[in-house]
Design a binder for this molecule. Structure first.
Ligand code: UDP
Length: 321
């Protein structure tokens, strides 16, 4: 099959590219980022990298006509952007998604939209079910712009579905693994890794009692591939996550042990890191029945094993900022 992956040069997109090429498919990536994470595929005869934006309608037109299925992963993602540049988050995630869907609609090509567990906000009804409520704070709190942008993307998907477009919405839960951001920046796993490499204290924000279900990238990739190829997934929202809930404090202790370090944990206030306009999510746990039943995918890699593989990869390949 022929797949277009917008944002394919990113963390998840690069693993998806590996998996699709391995299956024997053809892959074109459209991404504004450098080819760093997919450079190993550049000579591959079934691979193409187009360095441009989803805001460029002409390029999108050509690439979507070529493919069978669009994986729309391109987005501005990361807490640092939600609070640092909400305009860019909204512009790319809302207008870019509309471009992708409009173009796919004209060409009648299935779209798999990468949404996020952020959509649930700080709902207290755990585990989060795909048909559950969203609970968000005020629009004057910038951190909600990302959640809102992804929810708008989902609404666009279902609006186009009513017009006949086949769509699948995937909500990812804290995916991690090799090629995640540069150490020191981005997600908590890479921030802790940078701190472990430098031998400085691990910065746990707030009480550290907040929980997440970290999802190893290989499991997330299997679910993503299945969403693109399985007919049963069409028209559905599906959580992509693990059901292994861990607090951020436990994560710090576990990563310390696996790294073979005794770096102390230092508790820092939310405000000192993200400024006054921030709210954390106290518990984020997915209901993964649909992932199992519709996609046929059960997470296989336990947190301890996934962190070991991640630490190993970053020790060999990672760079500190
Ligand atoms: N976090 C932390 N220390 C850090 C960075 C993040 O304790 O240096 C916490 C953050 O407050 C959140 C969790 O780790 O509760 C996961 O953060 P991340 O940015 O990786 O993803 P999120 O789940 O917030 O989207």
């Amino acid at each position: 099959m022929r797949f277009l992956i917008t944002g394919g040069a990113g963390f998840l997109g690069s693993h998806l590219t590996d998996a699709l090429l391995e299956r024997g498919d053809e892959v074109t990536i459209l991404d504004v980022a450098s080819d760093l994470k997919v450079r190993h595929h550049l000579p591959h005869p079934r691979f193409r990298f187009v360095r441009d934006s989803i805001l460029n309608r002409e390029i999108l037109d050509g690439l979507i006509s070529w493919c069978d299925v669009v994986y729309h992963l391109a987005a501005v993602v990361g807490v640092e952007h939600y609070v640092g540049d909400p305009y860019q988050v909204l512009n790319v995630n809302v207008n870019g998604t509309q471009n992708v869907l409009t173009t796919a609609f004209k060409a009648h090509k299935k779209v798999v939209f990468s949404s996020s567990s952020e959509v649930y906000g700080r709902s207290a009804v755990v585990p989060f079910r795909e048909d559950g409520d969203r609970v968000l704070g005020s629009t004057q709190i910038d951190r909600w712009c990302y959640s809102t942008s992804k929810a708008v993307g989902e609404h666009f998907c279902f609006a186009y579905q009513r017009l006949g477009l086949p769509v699948v919405v995937l909500r990812y839960f804290n995916v991690y693994g090799p090629r995640l951001d540069t150490m020191d920046v981005g997600r908590v796993v890479t921030i802790f890794l940078g701190q472990l490499m430098r031998g400085v204290p691990l910065t746990v924000i707030g009480t550290g009692e907040q929980t997440r279900c970290f999802t190893y990238v290989e499991d997330a990739t299997r679910a993503t591939v299945a969403a693109g190829v399985k007919k049963e997934a069409i028209g559905k929202i599906i959580n992509v996550g693990s059901d292994e809930e861990v607090s951020v404090k436990q994560l710090a202790i576990l990563m310390n042990r696996l790294f073979g370090s005794t770096s102390p944990v230092s508790f820092v206030s939310q405000e000192s890191v993200y400024g006054p306009s921030y709210e954390d999510i106290p518990r984020r746990v997915p209901d993964i029945r649909r992932m199992r039943e519709t996609l046929g995918v059960t997470p296989k890699v336990r947190l301890e094993e996934g962190l070991k593989l991640t630490i190993e990869w970053f020790r060999k390949n990672g760079q500190l900022r």
